[in-house]
Design a protein around this ligand. Sequence first.
Ligand code: LMR
Ligand code: MN
Length: 427
Amino acid sequence: IEDDWPGEPSSEYWRQELDQAEQELRQGDWRAASQRVSADQLRGSARGRWLLSRALDAEAEARRDNRLLSRAIAAYLDVLKMNERLADARLLEVADKTLERIRFRGNYLSAEPVYRLLIRRFPDVPHYYNNLTISFLMANRADLAELVLEETLQKWPNDRIALAHHGFVLKTQHKRYEEAVDAFLKALEDDVGPATEPRFYYHLGDSLLLLGRFAEAHEVHKRGAALGHFLSPSQRSLYNVDRLKSQPWWDIEKTPYSKLARALEKSWKEILKEGEKAKALYEKEKEGLKERGEWSQLDLFIRGQEIPNRCKTAPVTCSIVRSEVAASGCRRGQVKFSAMEAGTHVRPHVGPTNCRLRMHLGLSNTKDTYIRVDKETRQWEVGKTLMFDDSFEHEVWHNGTGTRLVLIVDVWHPALTPAERSTLPPI
Ligand code: LMR
Ligand code: MN
């Protein structure tokens, strides 16, 4: 059989050395394999370099050492420098392994040269174009992703994965919502195909909401829920634990958080003072959720951790929050003051997860301010707490006067187990 590794040594001895190293690797003896293939005589052998990369990789894994992993990735990339002499199947084998390790390392930009050579070898396969796009998006380089998307859609105008990602970039980078909707609608036509993912239904619905096309948005939300992409048409968080009880508004007394609520209510005047004194530290809301007005926030805790030194500016508030670890330690939530100016409208939106419940303590200027969660609209009262699940669609209006201040305290959903609270990835 003709050997498909280029630079295979002509001497029987060195070929056997490579076979031997291969067997050692299979048995987990990366030390022996690495030594054996490091011989000068095997330098020009692609198989030798491949085995050396894999030995480094195995060592990195055994030692859980990211610097070694980076060296292994560099070694794999080195094998790929011989790509023109590698047969298709070998090229794919090496490229797949390289890409898998690059993704694991989280260094997405270094995937580019690998995809470029796959694209050169297989110019008729949109998959490699699309995965390059995804790598660029993972690396936060939407600008580069866009260039690939343009190329992809020129070649395959109906490629659903490319259309969906184009919709995503048009919406999130350029606020070109109409074009985004058109791209998403094509990508998700008939609810079939590889782009039918929760996040694309989410962004399609959200683009329609941004355009004020509410009836169409609702249809998309119903479609998404019917497909199991959303918990329900109005509960559209994407990071969920499925079994959790779902309701828009919660009666705090029926949760384990009534003690926390009473403590907050009892100290509301001091909490208000702390929130007002720190005015200089507030930051403008920048997620584009408000349709008009002014809205700023002061974070105290995010992802279950205090913002360094922040509690010095709000000691009473923080000490009450800390009395409930499901609040101070809620890694899928925040604790923050939220200041909203008169005339503000926050458009319908959903939070990212159903794993938290959101408590609000009214602090000032709550007259003629409203919060709708799903179908029910309520009002804040100074010194009183409310609790809702912000994974449901909600919307806020300040039709009154003065700055409405509330303290927002997220708590773990009561049905989450201690194990879930400590292992769910933070948001
Ligand atoms: C929200 O959570 O989106 C709003 O309730 C925040 C706020 O300040 O009212
Ligand atoms: Mn919200």
